[in-house]
Ligand binder design. Structure first.
Ligand SMILES: NC(=O)C1=CN([C@@H]2O[C@H](COP(=O)(O)OP(=O)(O)OC[C@H]3O[C@@H](n4cnc5c(N)ncnc54)[C@H](O)[C@@H]3O)[C@@H](O)[C@H]2O)C=CC1
Ligand SMILES: O=C(O)[C@H]1O[C@H](OP(=O)(O)OP(=O)(O)OC[C@H]2O[C@@H](n3ccc(=O)[nH]c3=O)[C@H](O)[C@@H]2O)[C@H](O)[C@@H](O)[C@@H]1O
Length: 450
């Protein structure tokens, strides 16, 4: 009987997506080699440490990284493309695809460079699998490039396998995905990917096989839908504020309709992060290039509703401190773009903090995990080592990222250190009653003033 070896896997780009994917693939039993162009990241990962905060990821990594006591040794890291090309049968491309400076379009230079570094070294059969979020049409272009550059010729193939993980739940989402989507041009590629994902498929994750453009579009349309849902509820929050309605109750009530659903209806200062904002913009830009820009004009509105939230939060805060920020102290609870992450890319919390600082207030920020990243991006803001320290002497406290730690704060304890008991809840996540009972003025976006 033919002895079939499990494919060896490489992961190119070991950031939020790639580091998680690499560790998860080792957990599923594969031999994995991760590569990044930043040697410091590779050093950290090789010693079993994760260069960012993602719940459960470090434990997973330490179970597998070669050289760690008791680890399986299935996971290693390198900066050498030669090593990756020699080692792998399936190469996942997980590099960043940020927004271009001053444009809506996606910056494909990192993906292009990853493929151009790897392809000329592929001498034996290989499946290169794109996971980064890219404009539709990229996979076809990269497949042609691969064929042009790889010494293995047609034995080096491309597939597209978009990723849907959420930060904060990355490990769980990778090991137990809602669905697996693969864009392929051959049965062989499909077969190989079925083998890689045999475990989640066996657990019941739907496996959707499609062509390149559809696979790319599934990703951008999923993120567009999520962004639209958030902006929808934030538009309702604007109307609620004008009509003295309560958007939290409204969301709960419409969410009982299963066709609408309860998820992604949390009104507040809106969506941020390294994905939703840049993905909807890149999608609009790409649709424009394809002559289908009209189809996505609604995303422009989704984006502008979202950006208005930040400005509105600043206005509410200014109003709360008496009409001007000059000489006022403002405490900001939260810097990460969402809880359970240290990611501050396009963070609504930091954007609001930055605007208030520019308008003359003394702003002090605290975040359980995002401090280092926040300081690097906004070095002129004040930072404190705890929520209580941030609140000391404040004329207003702004709750901008809904960490558990903030929900558990004791309003009396915080009340003892502030100058004025004023709290603005930018995430509709605190219990208004608890704060009001402790003599705080509580105000939230889209809820009655009382
Ligand atoms: N962060 C997330 O939750 C998710 C991200 N995505 C997509 O995944 C991609 C990666 O996102 P993140 O992991 O958040 O970005 P990231 O910035 O955290 O990680 C990207 C990594 O790629 C490395 N890199 C850049 N150029 C390289 C090259 N030529 N060769 C090797 N490594 C290189 C960087 O040094 C960095 O470590 C993006 O397209 C993003 O839209 C998709 C789903 C979820
Ligand atoms: O493409 C990506 O990178 C990922 O983008 C999002 O994941 P993520 O950015 O980690 O975070 P989300 O949980 O989607 O939250 C995004 C933003 O929306 C905000 N949000 C979310 C939900 C909600 O009801 N209201 C709301 O304002 C969050 O505070 C956060 O700023 C998607 O949820 C993932 O499926 C996708 O893989």
């Amino acid at each position: 009987m033919e002895h079939h070896m499990a494919p060896k896997i490489t992961v190119i780009g070991t950031g939020y997506l790639g580091a998680t994917h690499a560790a998860a693939m080792a957990e599923l039993g594969f031999e994995v080699l991760g590569l990044d162009v930043v040697p410091e990241k590779i050093e950290l990962l090789s010693s079993g440490r994760v260069p960012m905060y993602e719940p459960g990821l470090e434990d997973l990594l330490r179970r597998h990284v070669a050289g760690i006591d008791g680890a399986t040794g299935r996971l290693r890291f390198t900066t050498s493309y030669e090593e990756v090309a020699d080692f792998g049968d399936v190469h996942f491309v997980c590099v960043n695809t940020p927004q271009k400076h001053g444009e809506y379009a996606c910056d494909m230079s990192y993906v292009d460079s990853a493929v151009e570094s790897l392809a000329p070294l592929l001498r034996r059969p290989a499946l290169v699998v794109g996971k980064s979020t890219v404009p539709v049409g990229s996979a076809a272009r990269l497949a042609a490039r691969l064929l042009e550059l790889a010494p293995a010729g047609e034995a080096a193939e491309l597939a597209w396998n978009p990723e849907f993980l959420r930060e904060g739940f990355a490990v769980q989402d990778t090991l137990h995905p809602d669905r697996i989507v693969v864009g392929v041009t051959s049965k062989q590629a499909e077969k190989q990917l079925r083998e890689v994902y045999a475990s989640p498929i066996g657990e019941g994750s739907p496996f959707v096989v499609t062509d390149f453009p559809t696979a790319e579009l599934v990703k951008t349309s999923a993120n567009s839908f999520l962004a639209t849902k958030i902006s929808f509820i934030n538009a309702m929050a604007e109307v609620c504020e004008a009509a003295d309605g309560d958007v939290v109750k409204l969301a709960e009530a419409i969410g009982h309709d299963e066709r609408i659903g309860k998820k992604f209806l949390r009104a507040g200062i809106g969506f941020g992060g390294g994905c939703l904002p840049k993905d909807i913009r890149a999608f609009m830009a790409r649709a424009g290039e394809l002559g289908a820009d009209q189809a996505l004009t609604f995303l422009r509105e989704v984006d502008s509703i979202n950006m208005r939230r930040r400005g509105h939060m600043v206005e509410l805060a200014r109003e709360a401190v008496g009409g001007s920020f000059l000489g006022k102290r403002v405490a900001v609870l939260g810097a990460a773009f969402k809880p359970d992450s240290d990611d501050v890319r396009d963070s609504p919390a930091l954007n609001v903090a930055g605007q208030i600082h520019l308008q003359g207030a003394q702003v002090t920020v605290y975040d359980p995990k995002g401090m280092e990243n926040a300081r690097a991006l906004f070095p002129t803001l004040g930072y404190a080592p705890s929520a209580l320290d941030a609140a000391r002497g404040a004329h207003a406290v702004l709750h901008l990222t809904e960490w558990r730690e903030f929900r558990d704060l004791d309003p009396q304890e915080v009340g003892a250190v502030v100058d004025e008991r004023r709290i603005l809840d930018g995430r509709n996540a605190l219990d208004p009653q608890v704060w009001r009972e402790a003599d705080w003025t509580y105000r939230a976006l889209g809820r009655p003033r009382i």
